[in-house]
Design a protein around this ligand. Structure first.
Ligand SMILES: *Cc1c(COP(=O)(O)O)cnc(C)c1O
Length: 381
């Protein structure tokens, strides 16, 4: 008998027999009707009513003043960093325990990620580690915070809300404010996650969500940048649309910029999806509660719980195995049985492309990356 039988039983009790994906999108709403309407309108590209409506609905849901819809989360992060003033040669603080897009967005601007550790309980950037770093390894030169050893400017901090958990974002926001460091939340995984009623992505200068096919809602591919700052919002919008000066027929551009606007077709899908977000959130939180109860007395592993003050969206559920070898055995066995599971990402500092980046000690990152496994978490259609 498999040592992991209780896990398979819980997953199958919820999802039934057959192949169970880690996370499949659910199109139970007006997706097809809105896509057909969008096609019939001929406005399928980057101008159209669905883009405006989607932005409005995201702003309402997150209670952010402004939302700028873009082609994907990665480009949303890059755009946010650019608008925040990140330049070539700068350092941007982030976590090593993240999806590669976070570090790539920083690198695209010629800046360098600097990796700090996460907390074991929140899987998010450790406020204590960040504070110690800012306190002991940085100093002001001409009023601007610099990293003492490298002499590079600390341009921004990008914490990531792992699996929908918002970690110590309030404390991190206070630190960034105190040290004059721009705060951009990689909220790609945390649409629907709140901290004491405040939506993730709205604690700093900007936040970015992703609507890739595996996220809590999808636009096929897409992302959105949210902010409460009118200037940042209009700069982001301007740079995402080739920096064209609005005019009925003339083409004048005042910066070398990007084409990053979300197409209307994708936004039509997004409008249909966001209508179902409250239902998805309820089902996901129920599933997390079910797993938590099912694994309460488990031996050899534990269910990863969001901290109590953290209304997580429960995007992806995870188990933490005591021994890395168990996690490896479970990954091989569960996937072999048609239950899709996967580990967290290889930490950034262990990727060849980022191994030479500056970093702090990363014991929790390495501990978690070797032991955490995501289990099926999608909404049943
Ligand atoms: C999904 C994701 C992104 C952005 O993904 P896109 O596929 O570009 O939309 C960025 N960061 C994290 C942590 C993610 O999970």
């Amino acid at each position: 008998m498999s040592e992991f039988l209780p896990i398979y039983q819980a997953v199958r009790a919820h999802y039934g027999d057959g192949f169970i994906p880690l996370h499949a999108p659910c199109f139970a709403g007006e997706e097809k009707a809105k896509l057909v309407d969008c096609i019939d309108s001929t406005f399928v590209s980057s101008v159209g009513k669905y883009v405006d409506e989607f932005e409005q609905r995201i702003a309402e849901f997150t209670d952010a003043k402004y939302a700028v819809a873009v082609v994907n989360g990665t480009m949303g992060l890059m755009l946010a960093l650019r608008v925040a003033g990140v330049q070539a040669g700068d350092l941007v603080i982030t976590q090593s325990l993240t999806f590669v897009a976070t570090a790539n967005a920083i690198s695209m601007l010629g800046a360098e990620p600097l990796f700090l550790d996460v907390d074991k309980s929140t899987l998010g950037l450790s406020a204590g580690v960040l504070e110690h770093f800012l306190n002991t390894e940085c100093r002001y030169r001409d009023g601007i915070l610099h990293h003492i050893d490298s002499g590079q400017r600390i341009a921004a901090c990008v914490p990531m809300h792992t699996l929908g958990m918002t970690g110590e974002i309030r404390k991190i926001a206070e630190l960034c404010q105190a040290y004059g460091v721009k705060l951009i939340e990689d909220a790609a995984e945390s649409l629907g996650s709140f901290v004491q009623g405040q939506h993730s992505g709205t604690f700093g200068d900007m936040g970015v969500f992703s609507f890739n096919g595996n996220k809590i809602i999808t636009t096929g591919g897409g992302g959105v940048l949210v902010t409460n700052d009118a200037t940042l919002a209009s700069q982001a919008r301007h740079l995402s649309t080739t920096a064209k000066i609005p005019h009925a027929w003339e083409f004048t551009h005042d910066e070398i910029a990007y084409n990053l606007r979300m197409p209307n077709l994708n936004a039509a899908l997004g409008v249909a999806q966001i209508q179902q977000l409250p239902v998805f959130l309820t089902e996901k939180r129920q599933l997390a509660a079910f797993y938590q109860q099912a694994f309460a007395d488990a031996e050899g592993f534990s269910f990863v719980r969001a901290p109590a003050d953290n209304a997580s969206n429960a995007w992806l559920n995870a188990l933490c195995f005591e021994m890395p070898e168990q996690a490896q055995r479970f990954l091989a066995e569960s996937n072999g049985q048609g239950i899709q599971t996967r580990p967290l990402w290889t930490p950034m500092h262990q990727l060849e492309i980022y191994q030479s980046c500056l970093r702090g000690a990363l014991p929790n990152t390495e501990f978690l990356a070797a032991r955490l496994v995501n289990i099926p978490s999608g909404v049943r259609s």
